[in-house]
Each structure stands twice: as C-alpha cells, then as structure tokens.
Write a protein that binds this ligand. Sequence first.
Ligand SMILES: [Zn+2]
Length: 287
Amino acid sequence: MTKQTMSILVLCSLLLSACGNSNVESLKSNDNKDQVQQSQVQVEAGKAKEKEKEIPKEIPISPIPELGQDSVIKFKYHMNSNYDIIPNDAESPKKVVLLTFDDGPKDADMINRMIDTLDKHQAKAIFFVNGYKVKENPDLLKLIHNREQIIGNHSWDHIILKKIPEAEVKQQIEDVQEIVKNITGETPVFFRPPHGAGGDVGKKVAKDNGMLYMTWSNGSLDWEMKSSDSDHTATIIKNITDQLHSGSNILMHELPWTVDSLETLLTQLETRGYSFVDPRSIELKMR
Ligand SMILES: [Zn+2]
C-alpha cells in the first residue's frame, strides 16, 4: 500500500468517526451540518475507491475541530414554569428527560463512572456544582468539563439563599461564576439553588448573570438514602419512574448509590421511549 493511499484511508477513517457521532451532529448549526454532509460525500467517494477490508483497524481517532464543544448548538427546547423541558416544535421529540447531578464535585472515580455511563447512552447532563467543593477540587471540575458534560451553578455554600440578604446571595452565585470561568474558561448558564429555595432574589441574580433558573420536576430522593439501605437501584428507579412524564427534569446527586444505579436507570428510561435532552439545546429563558 502506498503512503498516499494510506493517507487517504486515515483521512476517510477520521471523517467516518466524526460522522458517526450522530447525537452531536444533530445539534449543530446548519452551517456545520453542511460541512458534515460534505464530509460524508467525500467519505463515500473514498470508500468507492478502496475495498473496505483494506482499511487498517488501528488508526488513532482524533477529535475533528469543527465538531468540538465550541460549536453553536441550536435551541430546540425551553423550560416551562413547572421546570419541565418542552420542545419548541413538532420535530423535536417530546419524550425527553433532563439529567442533573447536584452537590459535586466530590470524587474522580464517581465522576468518571457517571460520565462513562452517560457517554455509553450518548447523554449529556448538568453537573450543578458548589463553589466550596470546586475550590477543594479544581481538577474534578476540569474533569467534568474536559469530558464534555455541562457545568451548572449550585451557589458557593449549600445554604438556603432566600434567608440571606441580597448582597450575600449575589456573592454566593457570582463567586461560582468566577471560579468556574477561571478553571474551565466557560461561565455556567444554568442555576439551581440549594434545597430548591432561591427566592425572588436568587431568581433575579441568576437572570442578571444570564442563567436559566431551575429547581426540578422529578426528584430521585437519592439524598434521603443511606449506604446501609438495601436495593438502592430499585428504589431510585421506582422514585423516578413513579413521577416520570415528558420533559421530566430529574434531580440526582453525586452519590455512590446513584452512580451504581445510573446504567440501569438510563436503560429503563430508553426502554420506556425516553431520550436525554442535551442541556445546551434548552433556551436560557423560562416561558
Ligand atoms: Zn444541593
């Protein structure tokens, strides 16, 4: 095989691997879609010239820059006043759930296992982090960011914001914006107050910082469980499926039993016909 033939094959293989990521691709802007379609034409042309059995299997897969996370993602959903996720048009599936994990980042092993499972199901989730945890574990925040999951603001401490003065609420929220920006280069666009209790001031400060404020519409109750409980997975799945409805905004936490249950949960949700909404496709204004 000549060097030139090998180069063509490497290029074709890289393009094929990029096109195979249909979940990401479907959320790109029209411009990027055109690029992807063009790439597919090139790939088809390349395939016609070479027999498939000659394509080496060990080609390293590199990310394709135009399919990276900086790409513009089209808003296809919005959040209603019940914190449910609603499609903007008939083309976007109605049976979706939003996956969220609060109170981290705590532990690299738990985070990696959660994201391995999310990746397996081509799912994106919001990790609502507390500032004091981020300060203790900046590398864990980077891990979530580098593995292309979405970081949300859960305020600095885990306190009830509606009980404290406005200036303190502002600091609780804006200090998290700052530390996340400093570590990842990106500022969160989703805010969830601790205990779901942001009050009017929390809502205003979130809005002033360009964030979508949310509590949840489906609580897993994983925060009420203890390690000594039996059959965590069955309980978490029952709690979620009992409340399951189109657009469910599912509250979970970075907890060992939630990590252990995630694979079964996501499979169950898919079996029931639900898919996982990409948080980046949700408009940042409630309506
Ligand atoms: Zn919390």
